[in-house]
Design a protein around this ligand. Structure first.
Ligand code: ADP
Ligand code: MG
Ligand code: ZN
Length: 501
């Protein structure tokens, strides 16, 4: 296997001059229910291999599945959050195929009767709104995990043997499929990324999934095809499988667009195939060729009754949906008085909830924003951790700003307090006390330092006596330096002018 891309690529801008990309995003969401989709086994993913299994999820003959009510509820709530219709009657189907990680030789999924259908998502990218239509969101079960041993980088090719872990077999999944998304132009990869980020935020707001892409809780199969400019006929698509970071979704689509454009521009035709994103080299490689009429011999699952959620239940779930990310964002934007640029900086930094909690703890929004987006973001970056794990809580940030507001701290001293808090030395007040960081405004202490500064700078003192009040700045600087930045600058100024008048 090569470690670099061998495909011809057309420059992205040139590709965009000649072609319009069309996207199709299939996203799998792993639900965080306590038990699996059709049995009572735990979904805990940290368990020893093959310990969370039973006759149902191992597909033993004679075992019977029973549907997980909580998973159905989550499916409906997800559908509602994506503006879908909720089917009055829906059914599970068997999708037949063989793979060693699938115990039954079929996956219980949904085919022509998904529980949620015909929804949409509106996304904002660079100040423009993009409308993405959701074709369906259906329920299914996950497969087990294969571990190929002895080959290169865990691939089955060249492996000596494979290990199978069925703990994940039967874990509930919701698959969300878009209609073909046209009209995105050069923004297509960014819109796909924004769509994934939106789904992640929705799942977190609903509390139905951990939604950690790096753990595979949320994974995307990214389809893309190109149409020559002016054409209205969909081109042949490729499907890059299991892309599991926001950055990779954008990167994989960009790469595929450049690759397909080069194929088409040289008179070739795109092969309909699955592809795999190579994280290391940032390119895709071919998987298997795939036709639309792939025959899974779907048929209705005879061991499960249809899912027919009552309208009362659906309305009850609709009425109790939490505030969704887009609504929350515009509410807070209004409330805080920030503009679009400020808000997107906050969202991109993952600081929205932290700033909200900081303001709830009594801090002004602008100050909360300042600490989280400057000092704390910088420290989180340096430490390579999420902002929420930087070692300072929203309540502590609010306490810090309080100490600045009441004159105990200058901004400069506050930064030293942050050092202490993030080093685990306690709350801001404790750090101030322990490190002796408070501003000194006591006249006795300041007076001595002012006298020293005057004595050391007779020429400056003379100018101030002669009416050059601005010259006081130089003396204030001296006092500050002598007192390690802890002098109350306003009081120092007053004392200097009193003494020299
Ligand atoms: P499959 O079973 O092959 O994954 P699906 O119908 O589940 O097929 O998903 C295909 C995805 O690709 C859907 O989001 C669909 O809207 C989208 N799609 C279909 N045709 C095209 C095309 N020509 N170009 C881009 N996307 C497409
Ligand atoms: Mg697919
Ligand atoms: Zn089980």
């Amino acid at each position: 296997m090569t470690a670099y891309a061998t495909d011809d690529l057309l420059d992205y801008d040139e590709a965009m001059e000649r072609f319009d990309p069309v996207l199709g995003l299939e996203v799998h969401v792993e639900l965080s229910t306590a038990s699996k989709m059709f049995c009572s086994c735990s979904t805990n993913s940290d368990a020893e291999p093959n310990t969370n299994v039973c006759p149902v999820c191992l597909g033993l003959p004679g075992s019977l599945p029973a549907i997980n009510g909580k998973a159905v509820e989550s499916a409906i709530r997800i559908g509602l959050a994506l503006n879908c219709e909720i089917a009055e009657w829906s059914r599970m189907s068997r999708k037949n195929y063989f793979y060693p990680d699938m115990t039954k030789d079929y996956q219980i999924s949904q085919y022509d009767e998904p529980i949620c259908h015909d929804g949409y998502v509106d996304l904002e990218v660079d100040g423009q709104t993009y409308h993405v239509e959701v074709e369906r969101a259906h329920m299914e079960e996950d497969a087990g995990k294969s571990l190929h041993v002895g080959g290169s980088d865990g691939r089955i090719q060249g492996a000596q043997y494979s290990l199978l872990d069925y703990n994940r077999a039967g874990v509930p999944l919701i698959e969300i499929v878009t209609k073909p998304v046209r009209g995105l132009g050069a923004k297509a990869p960014e819109v796909a990324r924004a769509y994934m980020a939106h789904l992640r935020d929705v799942m977190l707001a609903l509390g139905v999934s951990e939604a950690r892409m790096e753990r595979g809780n949320l994974r995307c199969d990214a389809n893309v095809s190109l149409m020559p400019k002016g054409s209205d006929v969909l081109g042949t698509r490729t499907e890059t499988k299991n892309v599991n970071s926001l950055r990779s979704v954008e990167g994989a689509l960009r790469y595929e667009i450049c690759r397909q454009a080069a194929v088409l521009a040289s008179g070739g035709s795109v092969r309909q195939q699955t592809r795999m994103w190579q994280e290391s080299g940032e390119y895709t490689i071919a998987g298997r060729d795939k036709s639309d009429a792939e025959d899974y011999r779907y048929f209705p699952e005879p061991d499960l009754v249809p899912v027919a959620p009552s309208r009362e239940w659906v309305e009850e779930l609709r009425a109790t949906l939490p505030e969704l990310p887009a609504v929350k964002r515009s509410r807070l934007k209004q409330q805080w008085g920030f503009d679009d640029v400020e808000m997107s900086a906050i969202v991109n930094a993952g600081a929205l909830d932290l700033i909200e909690q900081t303001t709830e703890a009594g801090c002004a929004p602008a100050s909360a924003r300042k600490w989280w987006l400057t000092e704390l973001s910088r420290r989180a970056n340096e430490a390579g951790v999420e902002l929420a794990e930087v070692g300072m809580s929203p309540a502590q940030v609010a306490q810090l700003q309080n100490l600045v507001d009441d004159g105990t701290l200058t901004d400069k001293l506050a930064r030293q307090v942050i050092d202490g808090v993030t080093a685990g030395e306690g709350d801001p007040q404790q750090v101030v006390d322990a490190r002796g960081l408070a501003v000194v405004s006591d006249d006795a202490a300041l007076g001595t330092a002012v006298d020293d500064a005057i004595a050391a700078n007779p020429d400056v003192a003379e100018r101030i006596r002669g009416g050059k009040v601005q010259a006081a700045g130089a003396l204030i600087g001296q006092v500050m330096k002598a007192m390690k930045g802890q002098a109350d600058a306003k009081r120092v100024r007053e004392l200097i002018l009193e003494k020299l008048s």
